[in-house]
Design a protein. Structure first.
Length: 250
């Protein structure tokens, strides 16, 4: 459950999102870096996810007495990654629509409850897109921002405090989201963006159980070692050439 094609972000996906929001790729990469460290999938190919118990509590009118998954206040997250799916599974057993709407999904961490703002007719269709590709996850993010004028304007004017408040909610200040966004944007504006080809290879190597290091689009020592291990395991020639079709899991 919750796995699909799991295809990596492309230059085309980044360009389309930037064009739709009238910004440059630097703004897009800044958001992705702060929200999910720039990756929309877990190593097991499921979308990045964070379960919000206060959403579930509100959507189910507080009828479930399990403070780990239903409470009037945020929190109780526990570890990131697979544990969030454990929490989601418990909520799914009680109320599937409410559970899906109570999690933030993918590379932009869009709440399921915001499926309409993200461009979907229902939450199930949104989740199908989330498991399909990072490009689809990013398209949801760009729709969510674009249809909310104050949010879109804050991004265009680089008003990171307003953007963080509207995108992340009241907790943005405690987590310094605005400062992190500003720093990430400056780094991408003045430097280079992740290499999408290398980044995709890193993601697919991770899916296959190798350890290429962070999914950052930088071909470092860990990446080259993981690629060599993959080529050796598959009986392929040791080369620097990458074939994403071979790397991508079925």
């Amino acid at each position: 459950m919750f796995t699909g094609k799991s295809t990596a972000l492309t230059d085309s996906g980044i360009a389309q999102a930037a064009a739709s929001l009238h910004v440059t790729p630097a703004e897009i990469w800044a958001i992705l870096t702060v929200e999910t460290a720039g990756c929309g999938f877990l190593p097991d190919r499921r979308p990045q996810l964070l379960f919000e118990r206060h959403y579930f509590h509100r959507l189910t009118c507080g009828q479930y007495a399990d403070p780990d998954i239903s409470a009037p206040t945020p929190g109780g997250y526990g570890p990131a990654g697979a544990h969030q799916y454990d929490r989601l599974a418990r909520a799914l057993a009680l109320d599937r629509p409410a559970a899906l709407q109570s999690a933030s999904w993918g590379i932009g961490q869009i709440m399921g409850a915001n499926f309409q703002l993200a461009g979907f007719p229902d939450v199930e269709t949104m989740i199908t897109a989330m498991v399909d590709s990072e490009d689809a996850q990013l398209a949801a993010l760009s729709s969510f921002v674009r249809v909310q004028s104050p949010l879109a304007n804050a991004l265009k004017t680089k008003d990171w405090t307003t953007f963080a408040r509207l995108y992340n909610g009241p907790a943005y200040a405690a987590n310094a989201y605005d400062s992190k966004l500003a720093q990430a944007f400056t780094a991408y504006q003045n430097g280079t963006h992740p290499n999408s080809f290398v980044r995709a290879a890193q993601l697919y190597l991770t899916f296959r159980g190798f350890r290429p290091g962070p999914i950052d689009g930088i071909a470092g020592a860990h990446f080259h070692a993981a690629l060599a291990d993959f080529q050796r395991e598959k009986g392929l020639s040791q080369s620097e050439e990458l074939d994403l079709e071979i790397l991508q899991p079925d």
